[in-house]
Ligand binder design. Structure first.
Ligand SMILES: O=P(O)(O)O[C@H]1O[C@H](CO)[C@@H](O)[C@H]1O
Ligand SMILES: O=c1cc[nH]c(=O)[nH]1
Length: 238
Protein backbone atom coordinates (compact mmCIF):
# COMPACT_ATOMS: atom_id res chain seq x y z
CA UNK A 1 0.00 0.00 0.00
CA UNK A 2 1.04 3.57 -0.57
CA UNK A 3 -0.40 6.55 1.26
CA UNK A 4 -3.33 7.06 -1.13
CA UNK A 5 -3.55 3.76 -3.04
CA UNK A 6 -4.66 0.55 -1.33
CA UNK A 7 -3.20 -1.94 -3.82
CA UNK A 8 -0.70 -4.60 -2.85
CA UNK A 9 2.55 -5.12 -4.77
CA UNK A 10 1.94 -6.55 -8.24
CA UNK A 11 -1.73 -5.55 -8.43
CA UNK A 12 -1.08 -2.59 -10.75
CA UNK A 13 0.14 -3.09 -14.34
CA UNK A 14 3.19 -1.31 -15.81
CA UNK A 15 0.84 0.43 -18.25
CA UNK A 16 -1.98 2.57 -16.87
CA UNK A 17 -4.76 4.82 -18.13
CA UNK A 18 -5.45 7.89 -16.00
CA UNK A 19 -8.89 9.55 -16.21
CA UNK A 20 -9.59 12.44 -13.84
CA UNK A 21 -13.01 11.00 -13.00
CA UNK A 22 -12.98 7.75 -10.96
CA UNK A 23 -16.34 6.76 -12.48
CA UNK A 24 -14.73 7.00 -15.92
CA UNK A 25 -12.10 4.57 -14.60
CA UNK A 26 -14.90 2.14 -13.69
CA UNK A 27 -16.55 2.60 -17.09
CA UNK A 28 -13.24 1.96 -18.90
CA UNK A 29 -12.55 -1.17 -16.85
CA UNK A 30 -16.07 -2.54 -17.46
CA UNK A 31 -16.17 -1.62 -21.15
CA UNK A 32 -12.65 -2.18 -22.48
CA UNK A 33 -10.75 -4.54 -20.16
CA UNK A 34 -11.11 -8.29 -19.67
CA UNK A 35 -10.65 -10.26 -16.47
CA UNK A 36 -11.23 -7.30 -14.15
CA UNK A 37 -11.86 -8.31 -10.54
CA UNK A 38 -12.68 -5.99 -7.64
CA UNK A 39 -11.09 -2.52 -7.70
CA UNK A 40 -7.54 -2.62 -6.30
CA UNK A 41 -8.21 0.82 -4.87
CA UNK A 42 -11.24 2.46 -3.27
CA UNK A 43 -9.39 4.84 -0.95
CA UNK A 44 -11.14 8.24 -1.23
CA UNK A 45 -13.43 6.67 -3.86
CA UNK A 46 -10.58 6.99 -6.38
CA UNK A 47 -11.18 3.69 -8.16
CA UNK A 48 -8.36 1.67 -9.71
CA UNK A 49 -8.79 -1.57 -11.69
CA UNK A 50 -6.49 -4.02 -13.49
CA UNK A 51 -7.40 -6.25 -16.43
CA UNK A 52 -6.16 -7.08 -19.89
CA UNK A 53 -6.62 -5.44 -23.28
CA UNK A 54 -5.95 -7.76 -26.25
CA UNK A 55 -3.85 -9.86 -23.89
CA UNK A 56 -1.77 -6.98 -22.45
CA UNK A 57 -2.06 -6.26 -18.74
CA UNK A 58 -3.40 -2.72 -18.24
CA UNK A 59 -4.64 -0.76 -15.22
CA UNK A 60 -6.90 2.26 -15.02
CA UNK A 61 -6.77 4.70 -12.12
CA UNK A 62 -8.79 7.85 -11.37
CA UNK A 63 -6.58 10.82 -10.54
CA UNK A 64 -9.03 13.51 -9.40
CA UNK A 65 -8.96 17.05 -10.74
CA UNK A 66 -5.98 19.37 -10.87
CA UNK A 67 -2.21 19.23 -10.48
CA UNK A 68 -2.04 18.52 -6.72
CA UNK A 69 -4.34 15.51 -7.02
CA UNK A 70 -2.83 13.86 -10.12
CA UNK A 71 0.68 14.49 -8.75
CA UNK A 72 -0.05 12.36 -5.70
CA UNK A 73 -1.36 9.42 -7.75
CA UNK A 74 1.37 9.60 -10.39
CA UNK A 75 4.13 9.83 -7.76
CA UNK A 76 2.81 6.77 -5.90
CA UNK A 77 2.07 4.76 -9.06
CA UNK A 78 5.63 5.20 -10.27
CA UNK A 79 7.52 4.96 -7.00
CA UNK A 80 5.45 2.42 -5.04
CA UNK A 81 4.07 0.26 -7.87
CA UNK A 82 6.67 0.49 -10.68
CA UNK A 83 4.32 1.91 -13.32
CA UNK A 84 6.20 2.76 -16.54
CA UNK A 85 3.67 3.95 -19.14
CA UNK A 86 1.10 6.50 -18.01
CA UNK A 87 -1.61 7.72 -20.38
CA UNK A 88 -4.04 10.39 -19.24
CA UNK A 89 -7.50 10.03 -20.79
CA UNK A 90 -9.28 13.27 -20.02
CA UNK A 91 -11.60 16.00 -21.17
CA UNK A 92 -10.58 19.48 -22.26
CA UNK A 93 -12.07 22.76 -23.45
CA UNK A 94 -11.19 23.93 -26.98
CA UNK A 95 -9.43 27.28 -27.50
CA UNK A 96 -9.31 27.28 -31.31
CA UNK A 97 -12.12 27.58 -33.85
CA UNK A 98 -10.92 24.64 -35.98
CA UNK A 99 -10.97 22.29 -32.96
CA UNK A 100 -14.50 20.87 -32.56
CA UNK A 101 -16.37 19.39 -29.61
CA UNK A 102 -15.70 15.60 -29.45
CA UNK A 103 -12.43 15.92 -31.44
CA UNK A 104 -9.32 14.26 -30.00
CA UNK A 105 -6.31 16.21 -28.75
CA UNK A 106 -2.88 14.65 -28.25
CA UNK A 107 -0.88 16.92 -25.96
CA UNK A 108 2.60 17.24 -27.42
CA UNK A 109 3.46 19.75 -24.68
CA UNK A 110 1.71 21.45 -21.79
CA UNK A 111 1.99 25.12 -20.89
CA UNK A 112 0.77 26.00 -17.42
CA UNK A 113 -0.07 28.79 -14.98
CA UNK A 114 0.80 26.47 -12.08
CA UNK A 115 3.62 27.60 -9.80
CA UNK A 116 4.61 24.00 -9.02
CA UNK A 117 7.50 23.90 -11.48
CA UNK A 118 8.63 27.41 -10.58
CA UNK A 119 9.07 26.14 -7.02
CA UNK A 120 10.65 22.92 -8.26
CA UNK A 121 13.28 24.67 -10.38
CA UNK A 122 13.93 27.62 -8.06
CA UNK A 123 12.00 30.20 -10.10
CA UNK A 124 14.82 30.89 -12.58
CA UNK A 125 13.68 28.86 -15.57
CA UNK A 126 10.56 27.51 -17.24
CA UNK A 127 10.62 23.73 -17.75
CA UNK A 128 8.77 22.53 -20.90
CA UNK A 129 6.69 19.43 -20.01
CA UNK A 130 6.52 17.21 -23.12
CA UNK A 131 4.93 13.92 -24.17
CA UNK A 132 6.84 10.69 -24.73
CA UNK A 133 7.48 10.68 -28.48
CA UNK A 134 6.81 6.97 -29.07
CA UNK A 135 3.48 7.01 -27.26
CA UNK A 136 2.56 10.23 -29.07
CA UNK A 137 3.46 8.78 -32.47
CA UNK A 138 1.64 5.52 -31.74
CA UNK A 139 -1.49 7.40 -30.67
CA UNK A 140 -1.39 9.69 -33.70
CA UNK A 141 -0.95 6.76 -36.10
CA UNK A 142 -3.89 4.89 -34.50
CA UNK A 143 -6.17 7.94 -34.66
CA UNK A 144 -5.30 8.71 -38.29
CA UNK A 145 -5.62 5.07 -39.39
CA UNK A 146 -9.15 5.00 -37.91
CA UNK A 147 -10.18 8.33 -39.44
CA UNK A 148 -10.66 9.96 -36.05
CA UNK A 149 -10.61 13.77 -35.86
CA UNK A 150 -7.28 14.39 -34.09
CA UNK A 151 -5.14 17.45 -33.29
CA UNK A 152 -1.58 17.41 -31.94
CA UNK A 153 0.03 20.36 -30.17
CA UNK A 154 0.48 22.49 -27.12
CA UNK A 155 -2.25 22.55 -24.50
CA UNK A 156 -2.77 24.67 -21.38
CA UNK A 157 -2.82 23.01 -17.96
CA UNK A 158 -4.68 25.48 -15.76
CA UNK A 159 -4.85 25.63 -11.98
CA UNK A 160 -8.38 26.95 -12.24
CA UNK A 161 -11.55 25.80 -13.99
CA UNK A 162 -13.31 29.12 -13.37
CA UNK A 163 -10.70 31.69 -14.37
CA UNK A 164 -11.25 35.45 -13.76
CA UNK A 165 -8.88 36.18 -16.66
CA UNK A 166 -10.45 33.72 -19.11
CA UNK A 167 -11.60 36.45 -21.51
CA UNK A 168 -8.00 37.63 -22.04
CA UNK A 169 -6.27 34.27 -21.68
CA UNK A 170 -8.23 32.26 -24.25
CA UNK A 171 -7.43 34.51 -27.26
CA UNK A 172 -3.86 35.13 -26.06
CA UNK A 173 -2.98 31.44 -25.71
CA UNK A 174 -4.92 30.53 -28.88
CA UNK A 175 -2.83 33.11 -30.78
CA UNK A 176 0.26 31.12 -29.70
CA UNK A 177 -1.25 27.92 -31.07
CA UNK A 178 -2.52 26.45 -27.78
CA UNK A 179 -5.32 24.05 -28.69
CA UNK A 180 -7.23 23.51 -25.47
CA UNK A 181 -7.34 23.78 -21.69
CA UNK A 182 -7.36 21.09 -18.99
CA UNK A 183 -5.91 20.74 -15.50
CA UNK A 184 -3.35 17.89 -15.12
CA UNK A 185 -1.03 17.22 -18.06
CA UNK A 186 1.87 19.55 -17.18
CA UNK A 187 2.28 17.70 -13.88
CA UNK A 188 2.02 14.25 -15.47
CA UNK A 189 4.72 15.09 -18.04
CA UNK A 190 6.99 16.72 -15.45
CA UNK A 191 6.82 13.76 -13.07
CA UNK A 192 7.34 11.28 -15.94
CA UNK A 193 10.48 13.21 -16.91
CA UNK A 194 11.69 13.33 -13.30
CA UNK A 195 11.30 9.58 -12.79
CA UNK A 196 12.33 8.46 -16.32
CA UNK A 197 9.04 6.90 -17.41
CA UNK A 198 6.72 7.44 -20.39
CA UNK A 199 3.65 9.68 -20.43
CA UNK A 200 1.03 10.94 -22.85
CA UNK A 201 -2.26 12.80 -22.52
CA UNK A 202 -5.07 11.89 -24.91
CA UNK A 203 -8.11 14.09 -24.51
CA UNK A 204 -11.59 14.56 -25.89
CA UNK A 205 -12.94 18.07 -26.34
CA UNK A 206 -15.92 18.26 -23.98
CA UNK A 207 -16.72 21.95 -24.48
CA UNK A 208 -15.71 24.93 -26.58
CA UNK A 209 -14.46 28.12 -24.99
CA UNK A 210 -15.19 30.17 -28.12
CA UNK A 211 -18.47 28.75 -29.43
CA UNK A 212 -19.90 27.81 -26.02
CA UNK A 213 -20.88 24.31 -27.21
CA UNK A 214 -20.88 21.66 -24.44
CA UNK A 215 -21.34 17.94 -23.78
CA UNK A 216 -23.34 16.55 -20.86
CA UNK A 217 -21.69 15.28 -17.67
CA UNK A 218 -22.97 11.77 -18.48
CA UNK A 219 -21.30 11.92 -21.88
CA UNK A 220 -18.06 13.04 -20.21
CA UNK A 221 -18.24 10.07 -17.87
CA UNK A 222 -18.99 7.36 -20.37
CA UNK A 223 -19.12 7.99 -24.08
CA UNK A 224 -15.73 9.24 -25.14
CA UNK A 225 -14.73 5.85 -26.47
CA UNK A 226 -12.42 7.00 -29.26
CA UNK A 227 -9.86 8.41 -26.84
CA UNK A 228 -9.85 5.18 -24.82
CA UNK A 229 -9.34 3.14 -28.00
CA UNK A 230 -6.45 5.41 -29.04
CA UNK A 231 -4.83 5.22 -25.59
CA UNK A 232 -5.12 1.42 -25.35
CA UNK A 233 -3.90 0.80 -28.90
CA UNK A 234 -0.97 3.21 -28.39
CA UNK A 235 -0.06 1.32 -25.22
CA UNK A 236 -0.20 -2.04 -27.02
CA UNK A 237 2.62 -0.93 -29.30
CA UNK A 238 4.81 0.21 -26.40
O1 LIG B 1 -12.14 14.88 -17.49
P1 LIG B 1 -10.92 15.02 -16.61
O2 LIG B 1 -9.94 13.94 -16.87
O3 LIG B 1 -11.24 15.15 -15.14
O4 LIG B 1 -10.20 16.39 -17.07
C1 LIG B 1 -10.77 17.69 -17.07
O5 LIG B 1 -12.01 17.80 -16.39
C2 LIG B 1 -11.84 18.38 -15.09
C3 LIG B 1 -12.60 19.68 -15.03
O6 LIG B 1 -13.94 19.49 -15.28
C4 LIG B 1 -10.33 18.59 -14.92
O7 LIG B 1 -9.80 17.49 -14.25
C5 LIG B 1 -9.88 18.69 -16.36
O8 LIG B 1 -8.52 18.43 -16.59
O1 LIG C 1 -10.29 21.87 -17.50
C1 LIG C 1 -11.19 21.89 -18.34
C2 LIG C 1 -11.74 20.71 -18.87
C3 LIG C 1 -12.74 20.79 -19.78
N1 LIG C 1 -13.18 21.99 -20.16
C4 LIG C 1 -12.65 23.13 -19.67
O2 LIG C 1 -13.08 24.23 -20.04
N2 LIG C 1 -11.68 23.05 -18.77
Amino acid sequence: MSVHIGATEGQIAETILLPGDPLRAKYIAETFLEGVQEPYNTVRGMYGFTGTYKGKRVSVQGTGMGIPSISIYVHELINSYGVKNLIRVGTCGAYKQDVKVRDLILAQAASTDSAVNRHRFGGNLDFAPTANFKLLKNAYDVAVSRNMPVHVGNIFTSDTFYNDRGAELVPLLASYGVLAVEMETAALYTLAAKFGVNALAVMTVSDHLITGEETTSEERQTTFNQMIEVALEAALQE
